[in-house]
Design a protein around this ligand. Structure first.
Ligand code: CDP
Length: 217
């Protein structure tokens, strides 16, 4: 059996990792999993059930019962959903409940692209291609502000920047699977890059990783 070619794309909110992951998947013909959606769904469904997202038992019960058809909800893309996701993502039980689904997705024939916070460190530490996509908080806030505006959400830029800074601290500071670059990840700073430039840079990183991987097989 051939090992799957897994591409792990990690990084903070609005760094461009989702766009990079989608482009790589399209160009290489690989399925893409936006793992943030799993945490967003758990956060939103916990709240909708009238439970407290900060309660580990309540959020873990929701995560254990999550099914893939619950990920299509447009309500998961809102600013509030991002905040709820980050709150439930600190619970070790929630992360454990979502682990098998992510690993199964990653190990399908041919490979897969997964984007998130802990793909290269915890979910797929064996992934042959790892990217850690970053940008300054100001640039990320600008991108997220425009995205939310495009979705019809009216919010002040300063509030979006404050969200991003708070989420970075919570995601990077939690005990279980904190957001961090894997030691073997290639850093891609998209601060000064257009979408096209970031996608091109990501492609070159993955091509180099693939060549090494082919040789090691
Ligand atoms: O789109 P954005 O980068 O703002 O967020 P996301 O990727 O949808 O993730 C939302 C939240 O889920 C993050 O702030 C993390 O707290 C959490 N998350 C995580 O802990 N691990 C992942 N693999 C993906 C997301």
């Amino acid at each position: 059996m051939t090992r799957p070619f897994i591409i792990a794309v990690d990084g903070p909110a609005a760094s461009g990792k989702g766009t990079v992951a989608t482009r790589l998947g399209r160009e290489l013909g690989l399925p893409v999993l936006d793992t943030g959606l799993l945490y967003r769904a758990v956060g939103v469904l916990t709240e909708r059930a009238g439970e407290d997202p900060d309660d580990p038992a309540a959020a873990t019960a929701v995560a254990s019962a999550l099914s893939p058809d619950q990920l299509d909800d447009p309500g998961l893309r809102t600013r509030a959903a991002g905040e709820l996701a980050s709150r439930v993502a600190v619970h070790a039980g929630v992360r454990a409940a979502l682990l098998a689904f992510q690993r199964t997705f990653a190990s399908q024939d041919g490979g897969a692209v997964l984007d998130g916070r802990d793909i290269g460190t915890v979910i797929c530490p064996e992934a042959p291609a790892k990217l850690y996509v970053t940008a300054t908080a100001e640039v990320r806030a600008e991108r997220r502000w425009k995205q939310l505006k495009g979705q019809g959400e009216t919010v002040a830029f300063d509030d979006v920047l404050a969200d991003i800074i708070k989420r970075d601290a919570r995601d990077g500071g939690r005990d279980t699977a904190p957001m961090q670059a894997a030691p073997d990840a290639v850093l891609l700073d998209t601060t000064e890059m257009s979408i096209e430039q970031a996608a091109d840079a990501a492609r070159r990183i993955v091509e180099a990783a693939r060549a090494l991987w082919e040789r090691s097989r």
